[in-house]
Write a protein that binds this ligand. Structure first.
Ligand code: HEC
Length: 331
């Protein structure tokens, strides 16, 4: 009966409810079978029936899968001070933004200066809500606004990979912000009233590979953090999705990558796009520069062919938005 209740979720069986409600405490004591039944009945009543992969099954994290995601995220180059021969993921890399200079943090598993003490939930909170284990709000220069859509299983694999690299003891460098005072209040306000995170939704009307490309582009690979322009409040403009931004991180111009013929990549084929993401070579023979060169070198180039094609399929399916950025460069 209880099993039937579990399966069809049609509410508690009427007879059992009657039996349980009519029983006095004394009767329950006298009737072990009924008390067991009553216990299970109440237990089931108050246990959310929606079984999600998140809380019912503890999956063993998969380190190679985590490494692959790390590469799909562009290799987290902001956390390695490559220019000064910094150690892998030990932080210290300066990133210039209009708000000041941020320094990438140590994300090696060192317990004191890195993230070695973080629990799974700490990691997930940081990646999806932009909050440190101590409750400090991160600036969205850390692209949690895209990472929030990464599936929990993928996040746990990613954490397992990060915890498998050598721990490095290296203290974080404080950010040099233009307006450091009240920054936490401003961020709290921004997160609660301005930012509206949307979970990643797959679209069953599209192909499996399109959905894979959309998931990678919108969440893990966070293409929009550089290629989508922001409004005055620093939020990515949804109506300009991937249409290019003059003020990407480090002040770099990130081109329009919608399939617009004149101002975007409308003349590129799927092969052109996947070849570019793998090698950094554009169809006209130019090399990817700056941050794009980095995300390819440290990450995207390791993606499997089918994922590169999924990304290309997704990009070419986007609405072609006219947004001419290059002409402004000559001003
Ligand atoms: C960290 C910032 C950043 C991220 C993340 C990023 N890009 Fe870029 N991208 C750039 C910049 C900057 C350029 C310009 C590089 C150049 O001109 O050499 C660029 C150039 C490109 C180009 C060449 C366009 C052209 O017209 O020359 C394509 C295509 C592209 N990116 C696609 C992507 C895709 C797809 C993703 C996600 C999978 C992505 N980018 C993620 C910053 C970024």
């Amino acid at each position: 009966m209880i099993w039937a209740h579990l399966q069809n979720k049609s509410g508690p069986p009427a007879k059992l409810v009657e039996a349980v409600t009519k029983l006095s405490v004394k009767e329950i004591k006298l009737s072990p079978l009924l008390s067991v039944l009553a216990f299970w009945f109440l237990f089931l009543l108050f246990t959310p029936l929606a079984a999600s992969e998140n809380n019912l099954f503890k999956l063993t994290p998969d380190i190679p899968a985590g490494k692959y995601l790390f590469q799909a995220a562009g290799g987290c180059g902001c956390h390695t001070d490559t220019k000064n021969n910094g150690v892998f993921l030990a932080g210290g890399r300066p990133i210039k933004t209009p708000f000041g200079t941020f320094y990438g943090t140590n994300i090696t598993p060192d317990p004191e200066t890195g993230i070695g003490n973080w629990s799974d939930d700490d990691f997930i909170r940081a990646m999806t809500q932009g909050m440190s284990p101590e409750g400090v709000h991160y600036f969205p220069v850390f692209p949690y606004t895209s990472f929030q859509g990464i599936r929990r299983k993928d996040l746990l694999d990613l954490k397992a990979y990060l915890f498998s690299i050598p721990p490095i003891r290296q203290k974080n460098i404080p950010h040099e912000l233009i307006l450091p005072f009240g920054e936490q209040y401003a961020l709290m306000f921004w997160k609660n009233f301005i930012w509206s995170p949307q979970p990643f939704k797959s679209n069953p009307e599209n192909t499996k590979s399109w959905n894979r490309g959309a998931y990678l582009a919108q969440t893990v690979a966070h293409c929009g953090e550089c290629h989508t322009p922001r409004n005055l409040l620093g939020v990515l403009k949804p109506e300009m999705h991937f249409a290019g931004s003059k003020e990407g991180p480090e002040g770099e111009l990130a081109p329009n990558i919608t399939p617009h013929k004149q101002t975007g990549i409308g003349s590129w084929s799927e092969v052109d796009i996947s070849y570019f993401l793998q090698t950094g070579m554009k169809p006209d023979g130019d090399d990817a520069q700056g941050l794009m060169g980095e995300v390819i070198e440290f990450g995207y180039q390791n993606l499997q062919e089918k994922d590169l094609y999924s990304l290309a399929e997704y990009l070419l399916s986007l609405e072609a938005i006219s947004n001419e950025l290059n002409t402004d460069l000559s001003n």
